[in-house]
Design a protein around this ligand. Sequence first.
Ligand SMILES: NC(=O)c1ccc[n+]([C@@H]2O[C@H](COP(=O)([O-])OP(=O)(O)OC[C@H]3O[C@@H](n4cnc5c(N)ncnc54)[C@H](OP(=O)(O)O)[C@@H]3O)[C@@H](O)[C@H]2O)c1
Length: 259
Amino acid sequence: MNITIIGAGNVGYHLSQRLKEVGHNIQQVFSRRTDKVLRVSKIVGAQPIDNISSLQSGANLYIIAVKDDAIGDVAEKMRKKLAGNTWVVHTSGSVPATVLAPYFNNYGVFYPLQTFSISRMADFLNIPILVDSNKELMKNRLYQLGETISPKVYRINDEQRAKLHVTAVMVNNFTNHLYAMAEDILKKEELPMEVLIPLIQETSKKVSLFPAKEMQTGPAIRGDEDTIQRHMAYLDQFPDYQKVYQALTDSLKRMYDPK
Ligand SMILES: NC(=O)c1ccc[n+]([C@@H]2O[C@H](COP(=O)([O-])OP(=O)(O)OC[C@H]3O[C@@H](n4cnc5c(N)ncnc54)[C@H](OP(=O)(O)O)[C@@H]3O)[C@@H](O)[C@H]2O)c1
């Protein structure tokens, strides 16, 4: 396929490289920042553009990988350069595909469900691709495109994707925030984060083998109130973290002892 990528952030950076790697042609890459767009376009051999007005027609697919709140505005600008029947998708987990409907007749979503950072390699063989479109033919083509970069492709509609995204935030964004809190505390206490790494790894390994609910351990489900009170007292110096600790402890108690 001949593909243009709009956005050279975490997703634009990795997705354009993976698409190129499996044989697709990347026609143009857009970012408002010249340094960012050059970094990606050089790797994938695409024309770099830092203004939407330089967008060319002729690609089979335009993939918008900009921040969620900018997708509609960017699509509106793209429409000034592209015909209404152009195939356009975005990569967001939570924004409805219909955000593109006012501008394009053939629209959809191509959502790679993983946490992407430019500094970290992306292993697409282990990245589910969730596709959707308002047109059956386009949905099938997006599915086929997904299959070229990943063995795990799913057809998922706006409603399902929005719910899935809530859980993605829980398992990734929130757990990572908890890691960052732990990091902060350990730094203050001059203890190394590396002592926690085996625990973090075992926790995530277990959830791929058993139901998470059955794998829960710790003072909240054992009912070790004295331990919880000691933790809460220590956390007096971290009021924000204390609130999170209390909220999660309460939630755990409700899940395991709902009386
Ligand atoms: N990161 C993830 O783990 C992940 C995973 C799956 C899906 N997604 C989705 O993929 C999309 C991109 O996420 P990301 O993590 O790649 O974001 P990012 O690294 O923050 O990059 C966002 C890009 O959006 C561009 N942008 C922001 N406001 C803009 C505007 N008003 N007009 C034009 N461009 C604008 C920025 O462009 P400039 O370079 O011009 O500033 C930047 O290149 C989002 O919809 C996100 O929900 C992200």
